[in-house]
Design a protein around this ligand. Structure first.
Ligand code: FEO
Length: 378
């Protein structure tokens, strides 16, 4: 019942190349429930969709699985359209809805389950998957999990199910979504997975992207891998450059790493968005970050990437910093400190060269790339 947002490209710092959807669901039995709403500008769209299947005045319950405005932005207006409906949120969601919209809502403390007469909605809090208030709804009669943010993808499409979209695009977007939104919340997502572990599930309907009905095992298995921080022998090199010296070093490291047969991906941080690089970092074993020294500091795009990575706390990574300078260095040390703060295990090196790498310095970068690749394969 929600809306497709074909045009959104910025989701709090994460570039959504393929747009997204804000999914809402009507559950019809003897009674009627609406689960979640949409981002405020899409209220009219959702209302039109709802009216195609039910008179809003006949809605008995509105369930707010999550108070973030992409799912609650039209809640107050929807509640006004459905005056009979009791609005139910998690205990931690109720005060957020009050703060955002002035709404007084019931909570799952008093309504842990809603009997619609033929279908039942069971609620389970999943704090920090994505916000403290997050919860999921489960309908045992349909073996249907309404998972809200978990298992989502920022993917606008006319297909509504996982078997109706290009699988390569679907998996890329599911991976990007985890990397950019859920990666720092691994432990909470793991707890949520454990809590949901006993459920029999035929379908997972998230609040973004398509519904999983064909490859439920696939998405659950991927979440287990991501929660555990499983890595592959991949080397990601993110860098920026002023006069191509740091770029030359990045390419030398890449050649050296590739010589050992590992997958290598190189990203210039002016040409690539931070969130695309982080998507590749999610499963990579090794991350290298290169920066020229600019005004005794790191290059601005590198600082941006480091701040983003530090917040997302990638797991189980080895890494290294490198860079070039003119008359005085310093960027490498700053990059190393930020990477340490991000939880990356640093491999010491002396890859900070003045002006332009010499042949000998190029060889040192190449050899270091080879040694990082060997560590990534270990
Ligand atoms: Fe899709 Fe946390 O909101």
């Amino acid at each position: 019942m929600g809306a497709v947002d074909w045009d959104v490209r910025n989701f709090h710092g994460y570039i959504t190349h393929k747009g997204t959807t804000y999914n809402a669901y009507v559950v019809r039995a003897d009674k009627v429930a609406l689960v979640d709403t949409v981002k405020a500008p899409f209220h009219e769209t959702m209302l039109r969709h709802v009216k195609e299947v039910v008179d809003p005045e006949d809605i008995d319950y509105i369930i707010s699985n999550h108070a973030e405005p992409d799912h609650s932005g039209s809640l107050a207006r929807m509640a006004a359209e459905a005056p009979q409906a009791k609005v139910i949120a998690s205990e931690r969601g109720a005060p957020v809805l009050k703060k955002y919209y002035g709404l007084d809502v019931a909570t799952i403390k008093d309504h842990p389950q809603v009997d619609l007469g033929g279908k039942t909605l069971n609620f389970a809090p999943v704090p920090m998957a994505h916000w403290p208030d997050s919860m999921v709804s489960y309908i045992p009669e349909d073996k249907l999990l309404l998972s809200n943010d978990a298992f989502g993808q920022h993917l606008a499409s006319t297909g509504r199910f996982d078997d109706e979209v290009d699988p390569a695009v679907l998996w890329h977007e599911a991976t990007a979504y985890y990397a950019n939104i859920l990666m720092p919340l691994n432990r909470s997502v793991g707890r949520a997975m454990k809590a949901l572990g006993g459920l029999s599930i035929d379908m997972i309907a998230p609040s973004h992207g398509v519904i999983w009905r064909r490859d439920i095992k696939g998405i659950l298995d991927h979440y287990v891998r991501w929660v555990e921080g499983v890595t592959v022998p991949r080397v990601v090199i993110a860098y920026d450059t002023m006069w191509k010296s740091t770029q030359e070093m990045a390419y030398a490291i890449a050649e050296g790493a590739a010589s050992r047969g590992v997958e290598v991906r190189v990203f210039n941080l002016t040409e690539n968005h931070r969130s695309d690089v982080i998507t590749e970092v999610l499963e990579a074993k090794a991350v290298l970050v290169g920066s020229p020294t600019l005004n005794n500091h790191v290059f601005p795009t590198v600082a941006d990437f480091l701040a983003y990575m530090r917040g997302l706390k990638p797991q189980n990574k080895i890494g290294a910093a490198f860079g070039s300078y003119g008359w005085a260095g310093g960027a490498k040390r700053i990059v190393e400190e930020e990477m340490r703060q991000a939880g990356v295990e640093l491999i010491e090196n002396d890859l900070e060269f003045s002006y332009k790498p010499t042949e000998e310095e190029w060889r040192r970068a190449y050899d270091f790339g080879a040694s990082m690749a060997e560590k990534a394969m270990a």
